[in-house]
Design a protein around this ligand. Sequence first.
Ligand code: ADP
Ligand code: MG
Length: 278
Amino acid sequence: MSTPITSTATAAAGSTTSDVVLEIDGLAKHFGGVKAVDDVSFTIRAGHIHSLIGPNGSGKSTMINVLTGLYDATRGSITLLGKDITRTKPHDRVSAGLARTFQNIRLFKELPVLDNVMIGQHSRTTSGFFRVLTSPSAAREDRATRERALDELDFVGMGGASELLAGGLSYGRQRLVEIARALATDPTLLLLDEPAAGLNPTETEQLDVVLRNIVRRDITVMLVEHDMNLVMGISDHITVLNFGKKIAEGRPEQVQADPHVISAYLGTDEAEDDDAQG
Ligand code: ADP
Ligand code: MG
């Protein structure tokens, strides 16, 4: 008997019915009277570098914090790979395939680079970080964790730095370690909060290459970034926030030409009126 269904089924194996990785609908985060994120909806497609841009204080970091569960959403929903994660715990979102880096680098500066990358994975492996020290099965898992961490350091070009103390590295190299740590958790969607901030042009160029290589691994990227050369050169899609609201979205050339975006960045009329009411 033949099995005619198999060939078509394999093409879609492991993916949902569409190519949507993340869908947010009417998402809001208010801090008292401050509407940091206010009724924002957008969709991130698989294989895209989707940038989220906007002036300082427009709600970009808050968006990442709500997506990862560091903050509870005030309203709205977050759907990752077809699954509603709006109310799930941060570590369950990591298990579901969400990873991030922070606007302010968060590494254990007195620990070696390798340990910093391994620590990220322990939220995903069965053994907690401290149990690794005592149990044989945890130690075995630890070897796999170590291999993976070394692989990810190689991937970001930091393979030679694994035994160095994180705190001794340049800012740009610390950023790469953070990215390796996030990648080691095996994300479907990687959220990066201003990864180019504080980087020199050479480091930014290196970051650009790393981001492109990440997408080649079928990892989707949401990039929050102020470096417009990087953003405009690398993004498939851009969403623009201003005062917590989405004011534009589209391909880089569309967004760059959008009068709302230009006025938000130049701080002309509209933006100043809003500010005065704020
Ligand atoms: P961006 O990352 O775009 O610069 P943020 O998301 O950091 O902007 O901030 C958006 C707004 O939310 C700002 O007005 C900021 O002061 C406010 N905000 C952010 N986090 C908090 C918080 N934990 N408590 C109160 N207000 C906050
Ligand atoms: Mg920010």
